[in-house]
Design a protein. Structure first.
Length: 756
């Protein structure tokens, strides 16, 4: 019997290079004659630039270029995946701490750094806004020039955009219990191990750009427009990123490096430090007000949600994060009346961008915490109140959208079982449970090419990025399953827009579904060619021939692919080529531009112990159960969920930006900004999956890897609440914050200070 590859966990394709250090990242790539670059920034958030003196910097030995806004085309080129609001270099005014005002390129890194320090910028520090409240103050300075937003009624405010979603009549809904609270979610950074890296070089009458980017084709489009070049003259090299988490989705400093390379006539390379990466990308902070109405039996009567996301100085993809992340804010529940208002708030802070979970963790923290408070107020078990409201498969829980696509109660019941929900707890311990949902991709387009060579080996060409999620392995497994080729005879080619076909983007957990279906289609095209070849060779009708896992079955015999391929190709040799396309069209009338291809659903349950004397929180047991349709590679699925769970503990327990009065980030880098280490891991971490083969991807799969992060904060917060009797509504749950809350335990615990 042929070997099965789907549902197994073979060694990761490319894994050896990652663990041995042999894999080349952008920072490892050297091209001849390359100049090293350094950005020049100001030590405050917002400032009026009066003058820039580059004379001293230009005298440093080895310096070949010092470029300011004055050296760029006028008017200043601007870019962005949603709005073209971001200048290549700051022009007239800086908008956030770390925004570059100049770039230096030199023969050595040391020379570039010395010259950058010698660039003299005369500036006046200006009033700035760093919080939601400050940005919304009618007297607040505007972050963006209104001329950048023509015909926008909000252009004279710091509200970039408002998103309204809802159904039913919230104001008329009857509720026996109403719980209202305000929650906050911190500003955090992605902290990928690989720094952001960029390199550009003139290439004939075009340009080559190397970037640690997740969306090489999107970058290609933006750069072609900025440089006024045809797409064919902009070549993007995108080696596998060393972690992305959304922070490497979109264009950042590729434009300034490209302009510098064209001006210098030589390759230019910019590798950000960890500190500079903190200033380049982050997750949006958020303040969320939630009013939840319940009937006496715990059924949800309404959800009224207002979320203000602090997105930073430029739009990037943040407004899409706000719109899509808040869209399913009412959760995976049947709620008869829902009103959601989500706003993108500009501020003089690092521009926020996509981050694993894409805006959902912020609102999930608030909504799930509020449901917990409602259960306590009604005297209903917190697990039971979720099961009473949870959407069942096929329910139109969002009335105008994709129905519930999984038996989600299975994940909830399994998580409760694994955490021992009914078991007694020791002193100082508590349990929490929460569910989370995220809309999958709403549009999509992935092309692939698969080549079956004359010796039976296979090459897959795909434009997806593998930043550690293991998509190379998944695509190889699909080809192996369809063509019977051993994994070690399959090569997956990615990361070069001049070689691989177009892929819209690597985000929204789409790659297994969209690119996976594309590769599946390409492989089945090859199977069709093999059937035709076998029919010709053996005088059999094609309809009587099947191809399955490397075996070609005729009515009277079974042949291997090679037994058909070699005589079929003949003495000239050659190969069979299959092309695949997976497309999900936009739906202009849909609030998100398209209905989700699938939902990521997760249930997280936590047991925590709180030290009453210090406020320190220990995660004793952490359980995560995801609905995945079909785990094509169970080990990769499990480890992705475990990684998401641990990453979620970061913003839950410790991670947050700290600003001073000038808007400077005071905890840049790994020393003052804490992320979870081995010392912070749960004492026990368990991940499981629910597999019903009900997804739209190959073999019934759904996208995953973000779900296990969505509801970590709510589950941990509920466990801390259970252990202490004290609700805390601001993240992160640092020891100091928990300790202070314990000192104020006189606060009513049933519903909360501002609940009713």
């Amino acid at each position: 019997m042929s070997t099965r590859f789907i549902g197994t966990s073979p060694n990761r394709v490319g894994g050896f290079g990652r663990v041995t250090g042999l894999q080349e990242y952008v920072a490892d790539i050297r091209v001849p004659d390359v100049l090293e670059a350094k950005l020049v920034t100001l030590d405050c958030a917002r400032a009026r630039i009066i003058s820039i003196d580059t004379s001293a910097a230009e005298k440093v030995t080895g310096v070949r270029l010092v470029m300011t806004a004055a050296d760029l085309p006028q008017p200043m080129p601007r870019f962005g995946p949603q709005l073209e609001d971001r200048p290549v270099l700051a022009v007239g005014e800086t908008k956030y701490h770390g925004e570059p005002v100049a770039i230096v390129a030199a023969e050595t890194k040391d020379a570039a750094e010395e010259a950058a320090r010698l660039v003299r910028v005369e500036f006046d520090e200006l009033p700035a806004v760093f919080t939601v409240a400050a940005a919304l103050d009618p007297k607040a300075p505007l972050v963006q020039d209104p001329s950048l937003r023509p015909k926008d009624p909000l252009a004279s405010t710091n509200v970039l955009r408002e998103h309204h979603v809802g159904w039913g009549d919230v104001d008329a809904a009857h509720a026996d219990c109403i719980v209202e609270n305000t929650y906050s979610f911190p500003m955090v950074t992605h902290f990928a191990i690989e720094p952001h890296a960029f390199m550009a070089a003139p290439e004939g009458d075009g340009i080559a750009i190397w970037s640690s980017i997740q969306h090489p084709n999107w970058l290609q489009k933006i750069m072609a427009k900025l440089l006024k070049l045809p797409l064919a003259k902009v070549r993007i090299y995108a080696p596998d990123p060393g972690g992305g988490f959304g922070g490497k989705q979109h264009t950042k400093y590729e434009p300034v490096v490209a302009f510098a390379a064209l001006k210098a006539g030589r390759p230019v390379r910019l590798i950000l430090t960890l500190d500079e990466t903190f200033q380049a990308v982050r997750r949006a902070a958020c303040e969320i007000r939630v009013r939840t109405g319940f009937s006496a039996d715990g059924k949800l009567a309404f959800q009224d949600i207002k979320a203000d996301y602090l997105i930073g100085a430029y739009c990037d993809i943040a407004d899409r994060v706000v719109g899509k992340g808040s869209y399913p804010a009412a959760g995976p529940y049947n709620v008869p009346a829902v009103r959601i208002l989500a706003r993108s708030i500009l501020s003089h802070t690092t521009p926020s961008t996509a981050f694993r979970g894409f805006g959902n963790p912020q609102v999930n923290w608030a909504v799930e915490s509020n449901i917990d408070e409602g259960a306590r107020a009604l005297g209903i078990d917190r697990l039971e109140i979720r099961l009473r409201n949870l959407a069942h498969k096929g329910d139109a829980f969002i009335p105008f959208d994709t129905p519930a696509d999984g038996d989600w109660d299975q994940a909830v019941r399994r998580a409760a079982e694994l955490i021992g929900w009914e078991k007694p707890l020791g002193p100082g311990r508590g349990r929490g449970i929460a569910v989370g949902i995220k809309s999958g991709p709403t549009t999509g387009l992935s092309y692939s090419t698969v080549r079956l060579l004359s010796d039976g080996s296979v090459i897959i060409f795909a434009g997806t990025s593998d930043m550690g999620q293991g998509v190379r392995t998944i695509l190889a497994q699909i080809a192996a399953e369809e063509l019977g080729t051993p994994l070690d005879a399959i090569t997956v080619v990615m990361g070069d827009t001049a070689i691989v076909p177009y892929d819209q983007q690597t985000s929204a957990s789409r790659s297994t579904v969209l690119m996976g279906n594309s590769v599946l289609m390409a492989c089945r095209s090859i199977q069709s060619q093999l059937r035709a070849m076998a029919a010709r060779l053996h005088g059999v009708a094609e309809s009587d021939i099947t191809v399955e896992r490397g075996a070609i079955k005729l009515p009277d015999r079974e042949l291997t692919i090679l037994e058909v391929l070699k005589p079929g190709l003949g003495s000239l040799g050659g190969e069979l080529t299959g092309n695949g396309e997976s497309r999900k069209e936009a739906e202009p009338d849909h609030p998100l531009g398209g209905a989700p291809a699938f939902f990521e659903f997760n249930c997280t349950a936590v047991e925590a112990e709180v030290d009453q004397g210090t406020g320190d929180v220990t995660i004793v047991r952490h359980v995560t159960v995801s609905d995945v349709g079909k785990a094509l590679n169970p080990l990769q699925v499990r480890t992705q969920d475990e990684g998401a769970a641990i990453q979620g503990l970061g913003h839950t327990l410790m991670e947050h930006y700290i600003f001073d009065e000038s808007g400077r980030i005071r905890n840049l880098g790994a020393i003052d900004y804490r992320i979870p280490t081995s010392m912070d891991l749960p004492l026990e971490l368990r991940s499981e999956t629910i597999e019903n083969g009900d997804g739209p991807g190959p073999y019934g799969s759904k996208g995953m890897s973000e779900g296990a992060l969505l509801c970590v904060a709510a589950a941990v917060g509920a466990a801390v609440r259970d252990a202490t009797g004290v609700p805390i509504r601001d993240l992160p749950l640092t020891p100091e914050r928990v300790w202070r809350a314990l000192q104020e335990r006189a606060e009513p615990a049933a519903i909360g200070r501002n609940a009713r």
